[in-house]
Write a protein that binds this ligand. Structure first.
Ligand SMILES: CC(C)(COP(=O)(O)OP(=O)(O)OC[C@H]1O[C@@H](n2cnc3c(N)ncnc32)[C@H](O)[C@@H]1OP(=O)(O)O)[C@@H](O)C(=O)NCCC(=O)NCCS
Length: 271
């Protein structure tokens, strides 16, 4: 647990008062929290942490942290930690897991939607306040988060875990559906008409492929991306859309990420 404290500071770059300390890890683990480490020998290289909560009158696990040391990324460790976390939640009789992530982070969007099969119908503005010390909380003004649900024992998740690669069809479909925000020339956000929401069964929201590079090079543009996507997600969710997928869709010479949203279904319908 001491190593988990250190790893939090390394991965998120946050200061002492923003980490979850050993005392909370130990106390919550005693009453059902799941804390799993990935090790090389005795060296901690990643961990997942979730605690028990209640949502819509149901018990859930809320996954507060998932982290893999930078040099150990992209070899499925994060994925395996989530699978182990899922197994343990199911063994406790809990079939729903929630967490939050910054929807401008395309890597996390791909990980959450494409690899794991989460769905989302809530957007939290400045969830952790306007600023924190974390690297990941510096993007484009504020700490907006998408609140996602992982319906652990659903057909959707079973299928997604068996075939995580998405079909080319869904890539093509994303070109045809109405877009609330798209990546325009010079990576500028271009808003669609609000009227499109509600008239269409499916809509999409695009994001730049690499918001972190954009934040470094043109921070004012990252702020505009925060504003545009905050508007788009809030508007779509208020009109009854659910965010159900994310695909990387190369368009012209730009690489963009595309969220796919559908009307008519709620998150609980996926469980
Ligand atoms: C998110 C995190 C835990 C993922 O850990 P990981 O061990 O690298 O995860 P995996 O290897 O299982 O999956 C990473 C996926 O992202 C993809 N990926 C890597 N770099 C990418 C990029 N620049 N753009 C898009 N996708 C990318 C990988 O190809 C892989 O997908 P694939 O299996 O379909 O090819 C890790 O990046 C991390 O610790 N990030 C900082 C903390 C954080 O953001 N935590 C919150 C997670 S919601």
């Amino acid at each position: 647990m001491r190593e988990v404290e250190s790893l939090q500071k390394e991965v998120w770059g946050c200061d002492d008062r923003e980490i979850v300390p050993l005392s909370i890890l130990a106390a919550t683990r005693e009453i059902g929290a799941i804390l799993i480490g990935a090790f090389e020998g005795s060296y901690l290289i990643g961990f997942a942490y979730s605690f028990v909560g209640r949502e819509d009158e149901r018990m859930v696990h809320h996954s507060h942290m998932l982290a893999v040391r930078p040099t150990y990324r992209n070899v499925n460790l994060g994925y395996k930690l989530k699978l182990a976390q899922r197994d343990r939640a199911l063994a406790q009789g809990i079939t729903r897991m929630t967490w939050t992530f910054d929807p401008l982070q395309s890597l996390n969007a791909h990980f959450n939607f494409a690899k794991l099969g989460v769905v989302a119908d809530a957007y939290k503005i400045n969830f952790y306040g306007e600023t924190t010390s974390s690297f990941l909380h510096q993007i484009g003004n504020g700490t907006d988060r998408l609140w996602v649900t992982w319906p652990l024992d659903s057909c959707r998740v079973h299928e997604r875990l068996q075939t995580k690669v998405q079909s080319i069809t869904s890539n093509l479909e994303s070109d045809r559906i109405a877009c609330l925000v798209r990546v325009g020339p010079n990576n500028e956000p271009q808003r669609g008409q609000s009227l499109e929401v509600g008239c269409q069964k499916d809509v999409s929201i695009q994001i730049p492929a690499d918001i972190n590079a954009l934040q470094r090079e043109r921070p004012e543009l990252a702020v505009r991306w925060r504003e545009a996507t905050r508007w788009a997600f809030s508007e779509a969710i208020a009109s009854g859309y659910v965010i159900k997928d994310f695909i990387g869709a190369p368009r012209n010479d730009q690489s963009v990420g595309v969220y796919l949203l559908s009307a008519g279904k709620r998150v609980k319908d996926f469980a």
